[in-house]
Design a protein around this ligand. Structure first.
Ligand SMILES: Nc1nc2c(c(=O)[nH]1)N[C@@H](CN(C=O)c1ccc(C(=O)N[C@@H](CCC(=O)O)C(=O)O)cc1)CN2
Length: 282
């Protein structure tokens, strides 16, 4: 068997085009502000790509780039200014932050109504309680790929590999909300390959290059690879050994070109929804 390739890049482009049409119909441009602290090079790429995608879709987008020496108090003051700015609908603090700054303090400082990352405890709690709120972009993007691919979720056995606040936990909540039977597997799980083999849908989000091998998956499984790992030779690989797993799976997302582009498209979707909730659509 050779798996169907789920083209996240194309799905993201189609979503961005639909969002651009909705933005064009608004009497204002949804405002997005991305805060970057320090010089992490990968963050530089992601922040530039977000700004470019947002501007191309008609958003009022800007990046606030703070020096690496910025203190936590200075970052929180910047966030407070953005919280109070009426033209700002969405605020995103790019991660990782320099170690001196507590990530949870920065996340908690964002107004939950402008929290387009969906990381604020209020939005995380809403998701866990099955209530509407802003949902983290990467898991939202995964759900969009699954929907576009026509994957039946009701009753499916979903295994989420990884338990991070950003991806693993919200991913599990979304799959549960779509009536999957969900297992969260992680570094302390006794038999990781065995748990993964039980999956109809496997979402890998562990940050370990090519950890999921062909003998970890059942024939026909839908594999979603959230990992983005840069190897010493410069190659970008996911958490899944793509070639060998694609020979067994029914469908699989590639890296690059799978979940990554959906993260940015869903950021635009969250920003539009946050803007409409604050300012209305007419
Ligand atoms: N505040 C946040 N910080 C981070 C998030 C997040 O959702 N919110 N996620 C990641 C980084 N990220 C967005 O911020 C991101 C990562 C990768 C991609 C992407 O499109 N990747 C491409 C490959 C790009 C490359 O060549 O490096 C792909 O997979 O095709 C988009 C967004 C951590 N921080």
């Amino acid at each position: 068997m050779t798996a169907r390739i789920l083209d996240g890049k194309a799905i993201a482009a189609a979503l961005r085009a639909r969002l651009a049409e909705r933005v064009a119909a608004l009497p204002y441009s949804p405002g997005l502000r991305v805060v970057r602290v320090g010089e992490d090079p990968a963050s530089g790429v992601y922040v530039r790509n977000k700004d470019k995608a947002a501007k191309a879709a008609g958003y009022d987008s800007a990046t606030i780039h703070l020096p690496a020496e910025t203190t936590e108090a200075e970052l929180l003051a910047t966030i407070a200014t953005l919280n109070a700015d009426p033209v700002v609908d969405g605020i995103l603090v790019q991660l990782p932050l320099p170690p001196r700054i507590r990530t949870e303090a920065a996340i908690a400082a964002v107004d939950p109504a402008k929290d387009v990352d969906g990381f604020h405890p209020l939005n995380a709690g809403r998701l866990a309680a099955g209530q509407p709120g802003l949902v983290p972009c990467t898991p939202r993007g995964v759900m969009h790929i699954l929907a576009e691919a026509g994957v039946v979720l009701r009753g499916a056995r979903a295994v989420v590999l990884g338990r991070s606040q950003i991806v693993g936990r919200p991913m599990a909540q979304l799959l549960l909300g779509a009536d999957c039977t969900v297992t969260i597997a992680h570094s302390r799980t006794r038999d990781l390959p065995g748990e993964c083999r039980r999956a109809d849908i496997l979402v890998a989000a562990v940050g370990r290059p090519e950890m999921v091998r062909a003998d970890w998956v059942a024939p026909g499984v839908v594999v979603i690879d959230v990992g983005i790992n840069r190897l010493p030779d410069g190659r970008l690989v996911g958490d899944v050994a793509f070639g060998e797993v694609a020979a067994v799976a029914g469908a699989i997302t590639p890296v690059p070109g799978g979940v990554g582009p959906m993260t940015i498209a869903c950021l635009l979707q969250n920003t539009l929804e946050a803007a409409i909730a604050r300012r209305g659509a007419a």
